[in-house]
Design a protein around this ligand. Structure first.
Ligand SMILES: [Zn+2]
Length: 364
């Protein structure tokens, strides 16, 4: 059996005689074949980002893409007179993607050879393959998550946000407040599971225990009234950040046990971890219970350790912890504790969330 190929995360398109028929300099009315348009739309729906590397006048080519109704599908268009290998490098760097996840399609063998020479890991395709790309395994993710389908708009929003931040002269907190950040905390349902699993796998820097929960584990916990599986999404005036965090909580009479907290590295600068902990502490305070949190120090999650300490969690013993059982010997998991109380509302992030505990209705 052959191994599954590395998925392509970004496809870079040549324009003349690849994306459209003909050469823009000779024919301003170049048209896009239906099968190419279908490929672009389908790859976009699968979460494959698409960019442009074309030797053309930038404004002229971009206007043509807009007129064709295709401009919105592309991130980081590189249209000018530089080498295609340089365009591919810029795109890979800006996206922070490994070269082996980048693909390039061009009708000119010399252009493909030039890219392949400088970036041997980039997969190059002849323009004749455009219609068949969606049938290839490297362009066919097994699962298309909610976030994959809108990955392109999340990246476009990210580039606009970054540009705005670079222009902003005031203090950080003022910039954050100008973003109109909204954090939505929801009970996970089956459709969220792939996002939750993805987060627990990808968030090594902000994962409190480094424990990985499988799809089946999470499905069972969602159905269990003693547990809460919560998924956190973030959005601002530039657009969605997608799913950025997951919490796994177990209710006990006197204490709520936070078994897993993981947040995406992408939102560390927004203080998402602290906002989430503050919200949870406020909920526990309102329910009159203590909080216990599992934590396993790794060489990558020091940021999370700081977030717990900053929120007020300590190593002090408390009677409430006796009911939780011991942490498994040898796993390195430590237990932190906090007497919950009311918390100040975040000045930069508006939080919407379900009521937890007895206030949550059937749960308690
Ligand atoms: Zn306690």
């Amino acid at each position: 059996m052959s191994e599954a190929p590395t998925l392509v995360k970004c496809l870079v398109w040549d324009l003349d005689n690849t994306l459209w028929r003909g050469t823009l300099l000779e024919d301003s009315g170049v048209a896009v074949p239906d099968e190419v348009r279908r490929t672009i739309v389908e790859l976009d729906a699968r979460g494959v980002l698409q960019a442009v590397a074309s030797k053309n006048d930038h404004d002229h080519a971009w206007q043509r893409l807009e007129a064709l109704g295709l401009a919105e599908y592309f991130v980081l268009p590189q249209i000018g007179w530089h080498a295609k290998s340089e365009s591919v490098r810029v795109i890979a760097d800006q996206l922070n993607f490994a070269k082996k996840t980048i693909a390039f399609i061009d009708d000119q063998p010399a252009e493909r050879a030039e890219v392949a020479y400088h970036h041997p890991e980039v997969r190059c395709y002849d323009a004749e393959c455009a219609a068949e790309l969606t049938t290839l395994p490297e362009f066919s993710p097994a699962v298309v998550t909610v976030d994959a389908a809108r990955r392109r708009s999340m990246y476009q929003a990210g580039f606009r946000r970054t540009a705005e931040r670079a222009r902003f002269a005031g203090p950080d907190e003022e910039f954050l407040r100008s973003l109109d950040l909204v954090m939505e905390i929801q009970r996970a349902d089956d459709a969220d599971l792939s996002r939750v699993e993805e987060l627990t796998l990808r968030t090594s820097q902000m994962n409190a225990t480094g424990v990985h929960y499988s799809d089946a584990d999470l499905r069972a916990l969602i159905a269990d009234p003693e547990h809460e599986v919560l998924v956190v999404t973030l959005a601002d005036r530039f657009g969605p950040h997608g799913a950025v965090g997951v919490l796994l909580l177990r209710y006990h009479d006197r204490v709520w046990h936070l078994k897993l907290l993981a947040t995406s590295c992408r939102v560390v600068s927004f203080g998402a971890g602290a906002v989430l902990l503050d919200w949870l502490i406020g909920e526990a305070g309102a329910a009159g219970v203590h909080l216990a949190a599992d934590f396993r120090p790794t060489d990558r999650n020091r940021m999370m350790e700081i977030a717990y300490r900053f929120a007020g969690f300590t190593d002090e013993p408390c009677d409430c912890l006796t009911g939780l059982g011991t942490t498994d010997a040898g796993t390195g998991v430590e237990r932190r504790h906090l007497v919950a109380g009311p918390r100040a509302v975040s000045r930069t992030v508006h939080v919407t969330a379900p009521a937890l505990g007895a206030a949550g209705g059937a749960r308690g």
